[in-house]
Design a protein around this ligand. Structure first.
Ligand code: CU
Length: 326
């Protein structure tokens, strides 16, 4: 009788505990994001998204393949355990087998995992090699990380832009107020000048930094690349869907590390050509001035609010910074 009451009390305690834990989760789930952009994660999302590039699709495929291999192994192992526990239990009179060595069993449990690993490694390696193959790209963008903004140079196009936290987010963060999703749906995730890229184009990136190590990361593209001073890293992408894709610096780079977001605006090829022409026109000297020398570096023609590290000695001209294709 006493034990029964104790058990009842414990059950009540457990139920109350679970309910208390569920409350914040439910509240969090109800606060829906107002505008969901393509490939943005959504609340209660269980799986990763396939992304919008070749690389992200490959990562998704590798992940799904590995997941189903794990599911099959899980079903087999837990199934065998369940059968062993229920069919051969002591109460049914089962007696434990006595054996110390079984060469056949040992060979099987060595060979089978090796085969499974090879089956998984083979496609994963092919995907990895393809991820690093930057040959045959149609254009190159040089990305330079600064404390705390990004500079994008369209190599060979005489166009360079700097991209920093948008004014609305900056003002909100300086004010110390608590922003709401309605007021600023992309608080700390918006920039003044997004990186405009064409869709269905193989774009090569050369990525470096001017001061400390940063990392350029847009999850929808499917990769993240370190931006290291003195080193030029390479990456590539081919965006399949026009849209806005957001990311951020992924390397702790100083006090404003959390305030240097990345925004990629993927547009059609025609729209991109128009945008590029408009940017180039902005950088052209006024008609009254003497014609600029042909070798004027695009960095000199950058907007007025140029990067702090702009004039740093030893900063290579965009063309020089691009390493020869492997
Ligand atoms: Cu950074």
């Amino acid at each position: 009788m006493k034990a029964g009451r104790l058990k009842q009390g414990l059950t009540k305690q457990w139920l109350a505990g679970i309910a208390a834990m569920a409350l914040p989760v439910l509240a969090w789930a109800r606060a829906a994001t107002p505008a969901v952009e393509p490939d943005e994660p959504v609340r209660w999302q269980l799986n990763m998204t396939p992304g919008i590039t070749h690389t992200s699709q490959m990562a998704y495929d590798a992940h799904m393949f590995a997941l189903w291999v794990c599911v099959a192994i899980g079903v087999l192992v837990f199934g065998a355990m369940a059968v062993a526990m229920f069919k051969f239990r002591k109460s049914k009179g089962a007696v434990a087998a006595q054996f110390s060595h079984n060469t056949t069993a040992e060979v099987i449990w060595t060979i089978v995992p090796i085969i499974i690993l090879i089956v998984m490694v083979w496609p994963a390696t092919a995907k990895l090699i393809s991820q690093y193959d930057t040959r045959d790209s149609a254009m190159t963008v040089k990305v330079t990380g600064y404390q705390w903004l990004w500079k994008y140079e369209y190599l060979g196009e005489d166009v360079a832009i700097t991209s920093r936290l948008d004014r609305a987010s900056e003002a909100m963060r300086q004010s110390g107020r608590q922003p709401s999703l309605q007021e600023l749906p992309h608080y700390l995730r918006d920039v003044d000048n997004p990186l405009v890229l064409p869709v269905d184009t193989k774009i090569r990136f050369v990525i470096t930094a001017d001061d400390v190590i940063h990392a350029w990361w847009v999850p929808a593209l499917g990769w993240k690349q370190d931006a290291i001073p003195g080193i030029v890293n390479e990456a590539w992408t081919d965006i399949k869907k026009p849209g806005i894709y957001r990311g951020q610096c992924a390397e702790l780079c100083g006090k404003d590390h959390g305030f240097m977001p990345i925004v990629v605006k993927a547009v059609s090829k025609a729209e991109f050509r128009d945008w590029l022409a408009a940017e180039r026109a902005k950088n052209e000297p006024p008609a009254v001035a003497a014609p600029a020398p042909a070798e004027a570096a695009p960095a000199e023609a950058a907007p007025a609010e140029a990067a702090p590290g702009e004039a740093a000695p030893g900063e290579a001209a965009p063309g020089e910074a691009a390493p020869a294709a492997p």
